[in-house]
Design a protein around this ligand. Structure first.
Ligand SMILES: O=C(CO)[C@H](O)[C@H](O)COP(=O)(O)O
Length: 236
C-alpha cells in the first residue's frame, strides 16, 4: 500500500501535467508542495522553461538548490498557475491553509495567479472545515488584546473553540517569513466559512487567515484507488 509521502508525490506528479512551457508559476509550501518542486526541477533539467515565485523562504531555498529559475512577485506580478498543498479541502474547494505557517505569502501568490491547483492526499478532503485548527496571522504588537478580540469575533460568527499562539519546538513563538505570529483557532467545525472569514478580517491586528475561499479551481487528490481531480468552476 502507498504511504502518505508516496500519495503526496503522486498528486504532485499529476499536477505537473498542467504545467506548460513558458508558465509563470506560484510555488507552494509544505511537504506536498516540496514533492512538486522536486518533480518540477527534474522537468526544468530536461529543458522545460518556467519561472517560479516561491511562497516561503523554505520553498525558495529548495527551488534554488534544485536549479528552478525564480522571480519575486514584484518581478512577475501576474502568474499563470499556482500549485500548493492544503491542510483541509472542504465543499466548493474551500481550503484551510497555513499549517506550515506560510499562509500570508501563499494567499498573495495564489491571488496573483489565474488559476490555483491544490494538491494533497485524499485524507485532506472533508465534509466540513474546521477539525484542522484555523491559522490566523497577527502582528506582534498587542497579541493578547488581538487574541481576545478574535475570540469574541469568532464566537459572534457562530463558532466556538480555543485560540492558541503557535510555538516552535523549542518553546518560542513561531514567527512567519513576514515577521508576524500565528494564533491557531481550534474550532472543531466551521459551519459558515465566509461568515467566519469576514468576522476575523474585521479584527484590528489580523494580517491574514488561512481560509482560502474561491481561490482553488482544481484539487488533485491521491488515494489508494488512484488520482481524483475535483473542479470548481466558480473559483476566481
Ligand atoms: O498551507 C501550508 C503551509 O502554510 C501547506 O500547504 C499545508 O500545511 C499542507 O502541508 P502538507 O503538504 O505538508 O500537508
Amino acid at each position: 500500500m502507498a504511504d502518505a509521502e508516496d500519495l503526496k508525490r503522486r498528486a504532485a506528479a499529476r499536477a505537473l501535467e498542467y504545467v506548460t512551457d513558458g508558465m509563470r508559476l506560484g510555488l507552494g509550501t509544505g511537504s506536498t508542495a516540496k514533492h512538486f518542486v522536486a518533480l518540477l526541477a527534474e522537468r526544468v533539467a530536461g529543458g522545460l522553461k518556467v519561472v517560479g515565485v516561491p511562497t516561503s523562504e523554505q520553498t525558495k531555498a529548495q527551488a534554488l538548490s534544485l536549479g528552478v529559475p525564480l522571480a519575486t512577485l514584484d518581478e512577475q506580478p501576474e502568474l499563470d498557475l499556482c500549485i500548493d498543498g492544503a491542510d483541509e479541502i472542504g465543499p466548493g474547494l474551500a481550503l484551510i491553509k497555513g499549517g506550515g505557517g506560510a499562509l500570508l505569502r501563499e494567499k498573495i501568490v495564489a491571488s496573483a495567479a489565474r488559476e490555483m491547483i491544490v494538491i494533497a492526499d485524499e485524507t485532506k478532503l472533508v465534509g466540513t472545515l474546521g477539525v484542522f485548527p484555523l491559522p490566523i496571522e497577527i502582528v506582534t504588537f498587542g497579541v493578547v488584546a488581538t487574541t481576545r478580540r478574535l475570540e469574541s469575533a469568532i464566537a459572534a460568527a457562530g463558532c466556538a473553540g480555543e485560540l492558541r499562539l503557535r510555538h516552535t519546538k523549542d518553546g518560542k513563538p513561531f514567527v512567519t517569513d513576514q515577521g508576524n505570529v500565528i494564533v491557531d483557532a481550534h474550532l472543531g467545525q466551521i459551519a459558515d466559512p465566509r461568515r467566519l472569514a469576514r468576522a476575523v478580517e474585521e479584527v484590528a491586528g489580523v494580517v491574514e487567515h488561512g481560509l482560502f475561499l474561491g481561490l482553488a479551481r482544481r484539487a488533485v487528490l491521491a488515494g489508494a484507488d488512484g488520482i481524483r481531480v475535483l473542479e470548481d468552476q466558480t473559483a476566481a
